[in-house]
Design a protein around this ligand. Structure first.
Ligand SMILES: Nc1nc2c(ncn2[C@@H]2O[C@H](COP(=O)(O)OP(=O)(O)OP(=O)(O)O)[C@@H](O)[C@H]2O)c(=O)[nH]1
Ligand SMILES: [Mg+2]
Length: 324
């Protein structure tokens, strides 16, 4: 991107996004040509306050954010390999390149978290897709969700909107299906929308179609059973670039959800793509737009979910399997 920063924690060179939300070309922290590489600049107290709080927001920080403004909380569910992390990476890279149609990036408290999960996707920027852009998600604390934060301007409404997006391991959804384990997913009671990520390639393939349909129906049943007033469930069919799921199957899943009392929407996405007909990141902007069809101010902040007062924010990390 050609712009270098003096601050070690700023990733403007790779992402185009300035840590201090300044215009990269005119940011006072921009490294001049004469700057010596590797020299650490002193950091004043005011600048410290702008630094990312951690890689992911914990519930305490989430509450803090919500105390001041309405924040859209998204529940992101889906079994391992569904494409949850890849969708977040795609969202981040679209924002960083100012290609998120209808939205402009404003701020993130968790830039380092986005950076960490996006590391494997660097080759995408150079037009070369690695075999795997993300690794299997593991949380340092496997009991509580951590959230990635973004603030974007919705160009249509000219309003800034905050999102909290958890990058959860697929096992949490598998445990919901198999053992009805909902304790770690209590935050879904406050969610504005749930993205139910379904692996489009598995939904399309003869060998895996039935099992995928069956397990997705079970997730819908569990959600309807656990949530008294469930938010809109967006069925996110991933890997649009690789496969096309049968529209009848997608319609059937929506019917099952509706029969359970769920408000269902569908968004197909391709977080990455190697084919010309499908753009990398296709469907991501639409997904975000469907998510905000609700209030942008007012509403509850965070229900009392019986959380410990001394909660340590979990840190999101992706491990293993990242090839580039
Ligand atoms: N071609 C293509 N590959 C994708 C797409 N989405 C995900 N993938 C691939 O699938 C792999 C797994 O996707 P992830 O996003 O890591 O899956 P996940 O749902 O986060 O999985 P867990 O973290 O294990 O729960 C990625 O590394 C990509 O290689 C897509 O839209 N198109
Ligand atoms: Mg993941």
């Amino acid at each position: 991107m050609g712009v270098e920063c003096r601050r070690q924690d700023c990733t403007v060179e790779e992402t185009g996004v300035c840590l201090l939300n300044n215009e990269p070309a005119t940011c006072p922290e921009r490294a001049d040509e004469g700057d010596v590489e590797g020299v650490v600049q002193p950091v004043d107290e005011e600048q410290k306050n702008h630094m990312p709080l951690s890689r992911a927001c914990g519930l305490v920080e989430a509450r803090e954010l919500m105390a001041n403004r309405y924040v859209h909380v998204v529940g992101i569910l889906g079994e391992p390999n569904a494409g949850k992390t890849a969708a977040l990476v795609s969202l981040y890279l679209l924002m960083a390149h100012n290609k998120l149609c209808g939205f402009t990036f404003r701020d993130s408290r968790t830039l380092m978290g986005f950076e960490e999960i996006s590391r494997g996707a660097r080759c995408w920027n150079r037009g070369q897709l690695p075999d795997q852009i993300t690794g299997h998600t593991k949380l340092v604390d496997d009991r509580e969700a951590g959230f990635l934060h973004i603030r974007v301007n919705s160009n249509a409404r000219d309003v800034d909107i905050d999102f909290l997006l958890p990058d959860l391991p697929g096992e949490w959804t598998s445990a919901l299906i198999e053992r009805k384990r909902f304790d770690r997913l209590e935050f879904l009671k406050r969610a504005d929308a749930i993205w139910l990520m379904v692996n489009g390639a598995e939904l399309a393939a003869v060998e895996t179609r039935q099992a995928t349909l069956h397990r997705t129906r079970l997730i819908l049943q569990r959600l309807a059973g656990f949530l008294e007033t469930p938010p809109t469930v967006i069925l996110v069919v991933t890997r649009l670039d690789e496969s096309a799921a049968d529209p009848n199957d997608v319609a059937d899943l929506c019917k099952v959800g509706a029969e359970q009392g769920l408000d269902m929407k569908v968004t197909p996405i391709a977080s990455v793509s190697n084919v010309e007909e499908v753009k990398p990141g296709q469907g991501i902007a639409e997904l975000l737009a469907s998510t905000i069809q609700g209030p942008t101010e007012g509403g509850v902040l965070w229900p009392d979910l019986g959380l410990k007062a001394t909660f340590t924010p979990p840190r999101v990390r992706s491990v293993g399997g990242v090839k580039s």
